[in-house]
Design a protein. Structure first.
Lengths: 317, 359
């Protein structure tokens, strides 16, 4: 068990290094304008640019530049090329919005995803199952940002009504009611795709599990259908959902909900990443990539551990 | 007729006799592809949606015909300062804007004229006075091209990597699976826009490949690259379990080369999964293309694609919501058709398969 953990953690660190290195190479190797010229501004002389190149170390080999950037990142002194703002502080500022979005949407999509999956599996082949299947398919066929734009227009910008506030994030500490009200639309929009997807996966899993021998044994013992579903069928069927949820949730926490954050203007970590990419600002992109990769590898270890708890047949060695 | 056999004297020999006596015509050998086709044939819903997809593809292929003979304009032709006769009344294509519902709107393009203008501006115009219906069809060409070609490239590389990893195992497998892990640690969309904006400036000019910036090949290749592990990993798992089967051992024992084992023995056995993955990943890629274009890291303006059209329409949503609604509905219909047909295909090819594509 301990060996498993140690191996996974070493692997995770390597993945984080690899991911930042890839991003670094993308932005250094692919010509995207000289960062020194970018920092120097429009009216800089050649001498200015040369000085900046020397000061910031852009004349050094790329591995030295990479090492310096990672060094600055971990000492917390990494600043953006364009705005000169501290990258870590900017990420910290975006985290409350991103976390609020991820946690709220995660609860909604997990709850409704399981509900939808179980109902359509119990009613398999009946009308309610078909209706749910059609709705789930439409849900996974919608581009998230489009749904965001449309709901924002019709429900917040006066297309039909203005009951919901129009975008922006309000910190929970300053006004919990406004915080909730501002996040209802982003939560729903982000959750729709996952509900459809989880519902369909779970339906398939439940229908597979129902045919297992041990479920027949449980039935033969005379257990109630309710108990069989909860204690025997769902326990096994939920395992793939746990993996999916762990990784999807980590993705959103790590700033992966770029589209939802941008459409609703939440100023989270994902939106920060998107803006930095548009400005060609390497340090924040490196920062957000490392931040996102951390959540993904951390949660994938967590998922593996949870696996062992849910299914005693799987034990990490 | 075989002699009656009791249980006690049941041997393999008598079993085959019994089997032979059992109406020989009913157990004619049929290929798995034929059986799958028979199952698919009964799935009318899947066929309906396949038909819908074909209709969409054909409509988009006919975009130049529509543009030339019905709308009399091109996808990137501006008509800002022109008037159009709608139901006998001269109407400006783009009217000046103002403050509407508390928002500053730069201009108000003409709304859908349906058939009032003799085929011109059937679905209205956008802020540059371009015909939305024409752009929708041309945009569909772009989106479908990116979706289908990127799926082909993605599945091609995923299959090669999966076969190599699972066949050779050891170091090759280690390197390929670590590469997959590395890619999984990126949010797909983040890697996509990072590559997209990096390549949008100067294009790609390495390794003897020259792609100009603004080329439609840039989003196509990016999308195919970022999704390789999502197809490669499950396929590798399948090949890995096939690798242990007797027919592979037999083939190796007969002296078959690794190439032959991989492509003649193993590949046909994962062909049905590949086909299903291909269908479902096109749907996925059309949405991803739209997302990248919406963020400015995919198809570059003025080229029309459903994603850039939604982004254009967003600026005018207060006065002309239809500009964003139309391309979105086009995406939903196309992707829905592919998803439903892909599901039907999966059920038909392998009723117990567990092929899943996640967004």
């Amino acid at each position: 068990m301990l060996a498993f953990l140690v191996r996974r953690i070493i692997g995770a660190i390597l993945v984080c290094i690899g991911v930042t290195f890839i991003v670094f190479v993308i932005f250094i190797v692919v010509p995207g304008g000289d960062p020194a010229e970018r920092i120097a501004g429009k009216n800089a002389t050649q001498q200015n640019i040369e000085n900046i190149r020397k000061d910031w170390g852009f004349d050094r080999p790329f591995y030295v530049q990479y090492y310096r950037m990672m060094d600055k990142m971990f000492s917390g002194s990494l600043v953006s090329y364009t705005s000169q703002q501290n990258v870590l502080q900017q990420i910290e500022q975006g985290m409350p919005a991103t976390f609020s979005l991820a946690i709220g949407a995660g609860i909604i999509w997990l709850f409704f995803g399981i509900l939808v999956g179980v109902i359509s599996a119990i009613k398999a082949g009946k009308l309610s199952d078909r209706v749910i299947t059609v709705l789930a398919l439409i849900g996974i066929s919608m581009p998230v940002f489009w749904l965001g734009i449309i709901t924002r227009y019709y429900l917040a910008e006066g297309g039909l009504t203005t009951i919901f506030p129009d975008g922006e994030y309000v910190p929970m500490t300053s006004n919990p009611i406004e915080w909730f009200w501002h996040l209802v639309l982003p939560w729903t929009v982000l959750a729709v795709l996952f509900i459809g997807f989880y519902g369909r996966v779970l339906r398939g899993n439940v229908l597979d599990t129902v045919n297992e021998d041990y479920v027949r044994t449980a039935k033969a013992k005379g257990l109630s259908p309710n108990r069989i579903m909860r204690k025997h069928v769902l326990r096994l069927s939920l395992i793939p959902i746990v993996t999916l949820f762990g990784l999807d949730f980590a993705g959103v926490l790590g700033g992966g909900a770029i589209l939802t954050e941008t459409v609703f203007d939440l100023h989270g970590v994902g939106q920060y990443a998107a803006e930095s990419i548009n400005n060609f600002d390497l340090p924040p992109i490196m920062g957000v990539t490392l931040y996102g990769a951390f959540f993904i590898v951390f949660f994938s270890i967590l998922v593996d551990l949870f696996y062992a708890y849910l299914d005693p047949r799987i034990r990490p060695t | 007729m075989a002699e009656r056999v009791t249980e006690s004297e049941f041997t393999l020999e008598s079993a085959s006799l019994l089997a032979a006596a059992d109406e020989p015509s009913a157990i004619r050998g049929r290929s798995p592809w034929y059986l799958a086709w028979r199952r698919l044939r009964r799935n009318y819903v899947a066929f309906f949606f396949l038909g819908l997809f074909i209709v969409i593809v054909v409509a988009c292929m006919l975009a130049p015909v529509y543009a030339k003979h019905v709308a009399h304009t091109g996808p990137n032709t501006n008509h800002i300062l022109e008037n159009v006769r709608v139901n006998g009344k001269e109407t400006p294509v783009v009217s000046p804007g103002g403050i509407i519902k508390g928002k500053l709107v730069a201009s108000i393009p003409i709304g859908p004229t349906w058939f009032g203008a003799g085929g011109k501006f059937v679905l209205g115009a956008d802020q540059n006075g371009r015909d939305v219906a024409v752009r929708l069809l041309y945009g569909g060409r772009t989106s479908l091209f990116v979706g289908i070609i990127s799926s082909l490239i993605c599945v091609f590389f995923a299959v090669i990597l999966a076969l190599l990893a699972a066949y050779y195992g050891g170091w090759g497998d280690f390197v390929i699976t670590r590469f997959f892990d590395l890619m999984f640690a990126f949010p797909v969309i983040l890697l996509g826009i990072a590559l997209g904006s990096a390549l949008a400036i100067n294009g790609f000019h390495h390794f003897g490949i020259n792609i100009e910036s603004g080329s439609i090949w840039i989003p196509t290749l990016i999308i195919s690259y970022v999704l390789v592990p999502y197809v490669g990993r499950p396929l590798r798992g399948q090949v890995l379990s096939l690798r242990e089967k007797e027919f592979v051992e037999a083939s190796i024992a007969q002296g078959a080369s690794p190439f032959r084992v991989m492509f003649v023995e193993l590949l046909p056995n994962i062909a049905s999964s590949i086909l299903v993955f291909f269908t479902l990943i096109i749907a996925n890629n059309i949405i991803l293309e739209a997302a990248l274009s919406f963020l400015g890291a995919g198809v570059q303006p003025p080229t029309a694609s459903w994603g850039t059209q939604i982004a254009d329409g967003q600026q005018l949503i207060v006065t002309r919501p239809w500009l964003s609604l139309a391309p979105g509905l086009a995406i939903i219909l196309t992707v829905l058709a592919l998803n439903v047909f892909g599901d039907g295909l999966r059920d038909a090819l392998d009723p117990r398969a567990k092929v899943k594509v996640s967004h």
